[in-house]
Design a protein around this ligand. Structure first.
Ligand SMILES: [Zn+2]
Length: 244
């Protein structure tokens, strides 16, 4: 994985800003993981994808994540500060088996973990139960009840819920919870940490800061955008200090 150059950062931000989070995530990874094709990136499980996004955050912004959440009880805005290491739940997500199994008293399922393509296929407008049913149909490879093969579309709501639970267990990086406590009202709760939204907000802030720097330097020195972007951050900072 390589880090984003100033030029790449602006490029990713300007093309992806209006896209769905699933596409934002893949665009970020496509720019930083040239060793994988877009298809290969889309086939990563959501946990594998998010592990890479955490690494990208580490490379661009360091080992800690700072953000804000709102207390669900008193609406106080509080800051959280966690380390990337604490958010990593699986050391080697790539080492996981591609085909997983769920075996209960009567049911035997072979399935794969949902990836970006699956989530894109079920995204948009559907109610959660329908979306979950569709996801199951895409990801179940083989199903049998009491030894008799059944279609994934014939699984009951309880069986689908059980499978969803098993999928979460197999891909824990896909669902990271933050333990939070409000200092004002002492409310304690868990919030789902969404690395895509977090990383994109960070990227957007960096892109806008970079454009302001380009604006300042272009006006002061008459340089072209491409010349300013190709400078090292250190050199750009030096000129900025001189110009302002
Ligand atoms: Zn509170």
């Amino acid at each position: 994985m390589r880090s984003l150059s100033a030029y790449d950062l602006l490029r990713v931000w300007e093309v992806g800003e209006d896209w769905h989070p699933l596409d934002k995530a893949l665009t970020l990874l496509a720019a930083t993981c040239p060793e994988l094709t877009r298809d290969e990136l889309a086939a990563l499980s959501i946990g594998q994808r998010d592990a890479r996004l955490l690494t990208l955050h580490e490379q661009t912004s360091g080992p800690r994540l700072n953000g804000f959440v709102e207390c669900p009880r008193c609406a106080e805005r509080l800051e959280f500060d966690v380390s990337v290491a604490d958010l990593r739940v699986a050391a080697e997500p790539d080492a996981r088996e591609e085909v997983q199994e769920l075996v209960t008293d009567d049911l035997a399922l072979r399935f794969r973990l949902p990836n970006s393509r699956d989530l894109a296929a079920v995204a948009g407008g559907r109610d959660p139960a329908t979306a979950r049913g569709l996801l199951v149909q895409r990801c179940v490879l083989q199903a049998s009840r009491d030894g008799v093969p059944v279609a994934a579309s014939e699984l009951s709501a309880d069986e689908i819920a059980e499978l969803a639970q098993r999928m979460s267990e197999c891909d824990p990086q896909a669902e990271v919870l933050l333990d939070l406590r409000c200092p004002s009202c002492d409310q304690a709760w868990q919030a789902l940490f969404d690395i895509v939204t977090f990383l994109w907000a960070e990227l957007a802030a960096q892109a806008k800061r970079l454009l302001r720097e380009v604006h300042t330097l272009a006006r002061a020195y008459g340089w072209h955008e491409s010349e300013i972007l190709s400078m090292s951050a250190r050199r750009r900072q030096f000129y900025l200090e001189m110009a302002t």
